[in-house]
Each structure stands twice: as C-alpha cells, then as structure tokens.
Design a protein around this ligand. Structure first.
Ligand code: GLN
Length: 390
C-alpha cells in the first residue's frame, strides 16, 4: 500500500529527541521542560482522596464544575476579570489540547495563521492538519522583539488566526501591554481570532507583571487563551490545562474538544480543584522560585564561555556558546551531550528559516543540586575547550 503522509517533513519533536539522546549517553537532562523535584505532598493527598472518594468515572465534557469554578476564581484573582465557568472555561488535556482545539476551531482549508519564530513546535502541524498554512515571522535574537509593522504586512485576506505565546518559549522573553495594544490594532474590525498560549503566566521575572490577553478588554473578546496546570503545579505528567474564551468561541471549541479527548481525568480535576481552593500561595510564589534558580544558574556560569541571555520569563534560560564554537546549534547540542554529558535544547528547530545564532535553551525547573551539577559540567567543558585552543 502506498501511504501518503499528511506531515511528510515532520519528524519527532526536538524535546523527545534530546531526552532520548540524554538517556543513550547518560547525560544530565536540562533540555525538555519538566521539574525533577516532587509535587506538593498536599496535591498527592488530594489525588488519593479523590480516587478513594469515588471520582473515577467520566468527568463532564467541559470540565468538572468545581474545577471550573475554582479556575474562574483564580483568574479573577490574577486579572481582575469575571469569567463564566459554565460558558467560558473548558478543561483540556494540557495546554497542548487547548491549543490544538482552538486551531481546529478557527482554521479551515486555505486559511492562514500567523506565528512568531522561535515558535513552540505544536502550532504549525496543528494548522496544517486543519488544512491551513502557517505564516511564520522570525523574531531576531537576542531581543526577539516584535515588529508590528511586519505583522501588519503579513496579514492577508485569508488570515484567520494570530498565535502569541507569552511568556515566550523558547525565547524566554515577555510581551508588553504595548505589544498587546499593537496586536489589538491589527485584529480590530477583521475576521482574525487570537490564540494566546500563556502556560507560563506565573513565571515572569524582575518584578514585571504578566500582560495577559485576558486583562486586555479588547483582545479578550476575540481570543482563546490556553493555560496549564502542569506548569503551575510542577506536574507536567498530569496533562491538565484549560482554555478560556468568550461563550461563542467556547461553544465552537467544545465541538472539537468533545470529539478529541471528550473529558479529562476525573480524580485529577477533583484534586486540582481542592488544591486551587486551598493553596493560592503555590502559584503566587512561582516567579520568585524560578527567578532564584535563574540567578543561581547564571551566577555559576560567570567566567565561563557560556553567556547567559537574561531570561525575562518561562522556566527556561538561553545560553550563547558563540565564543566556543561556530558549529550549528543542533551539532553543538549533540557534542555537549557526548562530551559534557549535558542535554539542552537547540533553538533553530523552532524557526522556519533560522537566523545565524549560537543559542541553547536550558530548563530551570530543577533542584538546585541539579542546576549546580549542570553548571559545573558546562564550566568544565568551557575550560577544557579554551585550554585546547590556548
Ligand atoms: N513544554 C516542554 C518544553 O518546552 C516540552 C513538552 C514536550 O516535550 N512536548 O520543553
């Protein structure tokens, strides 16, 4: 049988590739984004209680009523806006399902969606599976700032969606309220919907506030916003997130969601609802928690040839290896796995047309001991390279 692939040029995600290489080479994995420390023990207790308490059958398709009520309360606390849990909030299988469903809801055959590179890897395949085309605008390192005039020029008759990821993974930058105003100006009066991927909403550094699309009175009227409990509760394996959108958009999104995953793991929803009600400090402390890890890591690299580019948000940090090598980032990342026993994530796979750059992404969601061990290996690698060339 001759099988025709719908995504012939798509391989395995760079996250899985690098994690597999880390295992093969026995390298310390600070690439793929996941914490290596335990979850809050209260959260584990709540899951057990939910299972023994009988929350083991299908949850409602839209998400458990208790959890959606808690999400609405949490959103009000963060952004000062009341959302209707019944008609505007849908619980999804991680932020990824929220993103996939929103794209399927909006993009049809021949439609265009605008993305910013370095773009998180799920967006483009989801657009293509919907029959659409991704129009990718490259943000230039090291600042990765938006050029809104360029975006205006990229908008055409077929544009139906603009995806903004804020805080942005993997550039580790944040968008400002002025960026959102510019985006609102571009989408005003047209048929363009916005998808805001805000899974790192609680990880914004140096005293800045997260500029959420939900706090933007104009944009939120035309936006799907994706969130993740995996990031907020340090439990990426729980695959639990949600999508917030106006009732009309939510109605359409649920048509996709109900035939995609139908509903999300019931005891986890129950446990998260209890946790969100009882432990609001857990996410209020996240920025400080990761900022301390960012500062520890960058301090430990001081004096080495790895130049950190100060992360403004997300639980990642970029480092520039340009003074050590001009090899491509994919090659250099593999060399680091083999020689320094450190797995990172190269940046070029997130671009349609990568600019010249020598940047690797490392994950800060690690125990301080892991961060120290990783920095030590990088510093030693840098020293050995410099000695060899001296
Ligand atoms: N979000 C995680 C990251 O950026 C990876 C998720 C995945 O492995 N698909 O590293």
């Amino acid at each position: 049988m001759h099988f025709r692939s719908k995504l012939p040029d798509v391989g395995t995600t760079i996250f899985s590739v690098m994690s597999r290489r880390a295992l093969e080479e026995g390298a310390l994995n600070i690439g793929q984004g996941f914490p290596d420390y335990p979850i809050d023990p209260r959260l584990a207790e709540y899951v057990q209680a939910a299972i023994t308490g009988g929350h083991n059958q299908y949850a409602p398709m839209e998400g458990s009523v208790e959890l959606r009520a808690q999400i609405a309360r949490k959103l009000h606390g963060s952004y000062g806006v009341e959302f209707d849990p019944l008609s505007e909030i849908t619980v999804t299988c991680g932020g990824t399902e929220a993103i996939f469903d929103a794209i399927q809801t909006v993009v049809g055959a021949g439609d265009e969606a605008i993305l910013f590179d370095p773009a998180y890897d799920v967006y483009e395949p989801a657009i293509r599976l919907a029959g659409g085309r991704a129009v990718r605008i490259a943000l230039e390192p090291p600042r990765f700032s938006y050029d809104w005039d360029e975006v205006k020029r990229a908008v055409g008759e077929r544009t139906r969606l603009i995806i903004i990821n804020n805080p942005q993974n993997p550039s580790c930058t944040v968008a400002s309220r002025a960026d959102l105003d510019a985006l609102a100006g571009i989408t005003r009066d047209g048929p363009i919907t916005v998808l805001a991927d805000e899974v790192y909403e609680h990880v914004v550094f140096d005293g800045h506030e997260h500029a959420s699309v939900l706090a933007h009175e104009e944009l939120r009227e035309r936006a799907f916003v994706a969130f993740s409990f995996g990031k907020t509760l340090h439990a990426t394996g729980w695959r639990t997130g949600y999508c917030v959108a106006p009732a009309e958009l939510t109605r359409e999104l649920r048509k996709v969601h109900q035939f995609n995953t139908f509903s999300i793991v019931a005891p986890l929803q129950q446990a998260i609802a209890t946790y969100v009600a009882n432990c609001p400090e857990s996410w209020q402390e996240l920025s400080a928690f990761f900022e301390a890890k960012r500062d520890l890591f960058t301090e430990l690299l001081r004096g080495s040839a790895f130049q950190p580019i100060k992360s403004a948000g997300t639980y990642f940090q970029l480092v520039d290896y340009g003074t050590l090598s001009q090899a491509s980032d994919v090659e250099f990342a593999d060399r680091l796995i083999r020689e320094a026993k450190i797995a990172t994530i190269p940046l070029s796979p997130f671009y349609a047309n990568p600019p010249r750059m020598t940047l690797l992404r490392i994950c800060l969601a690690k125990r301080d001991a892991t961060i120290r061990a990783a920095a030590e290996r990088l510093v030693e690698f840098s020293r050995n390279c410099l000695e060899r060339t001296a």
